[in-house]
Structures are given as C-alpha cells and as structure tokens.
Design a protein. Sequence first.
Length: 497
Amino acid sequence: MAVEPLIFELSKPGRRGVRFPDPDVPETPLPAGIARERLDWPEVSEIDVIRHFTRLSQKNHAIDIGMYPLGSCTMKYNPKINETVARLPGFASIHPYQDEGSVPGALRLMWALQEMLAEISGFHQVALQPVAGAQGELTGCLVIRAWHEANGDTGRTKILVPDSAHGTNPATAVMAGFQVVTIPSDARGNCDLEALRAAVGPDTAGLMITNPNTLGFWDEQIEEIIATVHEAGGLVYNDGANFNAILGIARPGDLGFDIMHFNLHKTFSTPHGGGGPGSGPVGVRAGLEQFLPGPRVRRFAEEGEERFELFQPEASIGRVHAFHGNFGMFVRAYTYIRMHGAEGLRQVSEDAVLAANYIRESLRDLYDLPYGDRTCMHETIFSATRQKAQGVRALDVAKRILDFGIHPPTVYFPLVVPEALMIEPTETESKESLDHFIAVMRQIAHEAAETPEVVQEAPHTTEYKRLDEVAANRNLNLRWRPEHAEAQAREAVAAAD
Ligand SMILES: *Cc1c(COP(=O)(O)O)cnc(C)c1O
C-alpha cells in the first residue's frame, strides 16, 4: 500500500508557529461584536507553513524557474532590483487618499514615467491609469470615439482590424460600441493594403493594428496603411504590446500612429501571469491629450521650485480604474528604464530580435515555417503541420516541452497559421538556454517521426498530466476543500507509483 504524502491537512490542535510571552498586563476582553468566538485556522508549526508555501510556489512554472517562450506575452526575466525599489516604504506604504502635498516623490516618479514613455514611443502625452493592455485598448477606442464626437462626426461606427491582430483588439472595439471589420493578411503576412483601401470610408472611425503583428513581422507598408486611414478621416491605433521588438529603433508616434498602449508588464519587466496587477498606459499624439483618462500628473514651477500635481484632462473620457492605476507597477517600470538607459533599451530589442531569429533559423529544417523568406522581429511562428501528418499536434508538442522544464510556446495563435507554435524567447535567455530549447524542439521533431506516442502521451514528468481543459474552463473552481485535496494527494501518489 502506498504511503500517503504529508501534503495538506497538517493542522494539530495546540500546535504553534510562534509562542508569545505571557502577558504582563491584565487581559481585557474586546468590545462585544468585533471578535468572532473561534477561528477555524489551521494550527501548524513554522516549518509546516514554510514547507507548505514553498511547495505550492513550485507547482507552477515561472520565469524564475526556467525559460518561458510564451509568444506575444514577453515573459522576460523581471530584475529583482525592481522589487527592491517598489518595496521602499516611501512607495509601498503611501495611501491613494493621502494629501498630494505629502507624496511629491510619488508624483514626480509618475510624471517622469509619463515623460520617458512619451520619449521612447514618440507620443505627445501618456496616461498611466489603464491596468492592462486590453484596458489600454478600450481607453484608446473611447478616445477615438470622443474625438469624432468632439468634431461632430457621428457617422463613424466602424473599426477596422487586420486578421493578424491580437484577439483583444476586436473585443475592445466592440466593447466601445463599434462594429468590427476584419482586414485579411496578404501573402507576405502584412495587412492587405488593397483590402484596406476597399474597406475604408466615411463610416471608418479608425484602424487597430498590432505592429509588429502577431506573426512576428513588422508591417512593410505601415506608413501607407496609416496614410490610407488618415485620408479617410479615421484614427490609427497601434497595439503596442509587441514594443519589445523596437525600443530605441522605431517610434510609433513618428510613424504617424495616433494612439498606442504600452504593456509595462511585458516590455518593461513588471511581473505578470497568475492574474497579478498589470499596467497598460496609453500614449497619444498632440491634439488628443484632452480626452485621456485621469488623474494624470503635471509639473509646474512655484517660487522657482519644481512641483507636481494631479489633474483631470478637460474633455477626459473619465476614469478607467480606481485611483491612479497600479502605482507599484509604475515604480518597477521606472526602475527598469532607468537601469537600462537609452542604449540599454535599444540593446534589449536587438537581443530579443536576434534570439527569435536564432531559433527561427535553427528549427526551420524540422518544422514548417510560414512566410519563411522573411526575418522575424521578437517572435517566430512555426507550424506543426508536418508533425500533424505523423499524428502529433501542436498541443502535443507543447505538452512534451513541459518534460524539459520549459514553458510551452503559445499554440493555435495567430489563427491565420494552422497548428501554430508561437515562440518568443526574449532577450533575457542566454545562448546556452536558447541552445537547450532548440535541442529540445529538435528531439521532439524526431520523436514525432519515430516514436509519436512519446509526444502524444506527454507530459511524463509533471505532477499532473493533461487536464480536462474544457471542464476547467467551464466549471472553474478555485475553492480549496480538504476532501478534494486529500483525493488529489492520493491520485498524485498513485500516479507516481
Ligand atoms: C498581451 C497582449 C495584449 C493584451 O494585454 P493584456 O495586458 O493581457 O490585457 C494585447 N495585444 C497583444 C499583441 C498582446 O500580446
């Protein structure tokens, strides 16, 4: 009979992690009503608590454990200095209701971050409040609507979205009340310019384009695309989540984009994944800043001294989040930018693009490579069609990668590539780490040809095998119950035997 692991129900009556000294003042009962009779908290020792949380922390993959080439998500390493700075009491302990005059340092940091993001992107003004890329997109769509309304131009009901866009683009356009018109990609993976020309008109509110796009390509006709939409009276929104490819090399504001969101939690290394706080600031060209959400921060001079204050732009679309956005993320992104400097940021993008192309060239003999005559930007997309003919799908390849301590790439996205494997290594992986990943992918391609069951039945080394993903999605249940935990522990033992 299997020995059951000491996993979950560790509580023993009377067991303590900490023993306080006996009180040397008389015990005084709390006023009635503010304390519960008893709390059903586990009674455990310090080592039980430490082992419990350390074990839990290792159940999921993380960038601090291994490579995480999840395409489009830019899972780069988050430098620990960001955390050190974000934990400084002057940042970590302030309250959003505190008087402005008592937090000049925090306001100065927000102002400086607005300025730095504007400088890096070529936009006129930046609002920090949105707390996700998708929320930045929604903000951008609302700014587009506010601008047309301010011009008395009420017939512009449509947003054009190329089919290589991130799924959040059409979703946010619909949430902002627009109809979405999909523009196909051309044979080179660019937005089809002829189709775009045919689609624009007096009902065009704007175009939302992901550039570099989700195929990992810089659109070769981006300037014509922007001009086409502008001539029709629309605005052009750049989904800037892929900004990690072009830092210090190209500025979307200079190219003529009107609006863009940043993903601080991708490009500027604030942690993400697991549903933690994000940050999706929005930059706009001159003439749109009055619509931005607030509060924003501005600088002024008083008695020759530099001062900062919060303000709400005159024609603001309003708040998109409580208070000022996710301030702790501003501190981390600010730290990251200051640690790198202008040259360092350019190096980030050069190395990210080099790493992606290195993988692209090292695997093209074993995996199909759509648009194979192009070089990629920050990510490269393979197609597992050859493996599919051998009975191994992109999903199986992804599961097999787990056996090597690597997070799988994004699969089945972008939709325009069948059996897509979307790989974004980022600049923070070493040459050895990239070579290890390449070796893993080559081995899996050979297994697919020779012993496909090894790939079809993967993962072999993880605690859990394949989950019922549909059930997990439809009946998501995040509540812990002891009876479930014990059943799971028994299953894990049975599986390990
Ligand atoms: C991640 C991503 C988004 C959405 O960002 P969230 O912060 O997850 O809302 C939008 N577009 C692209 C291209 C992305 O990669």
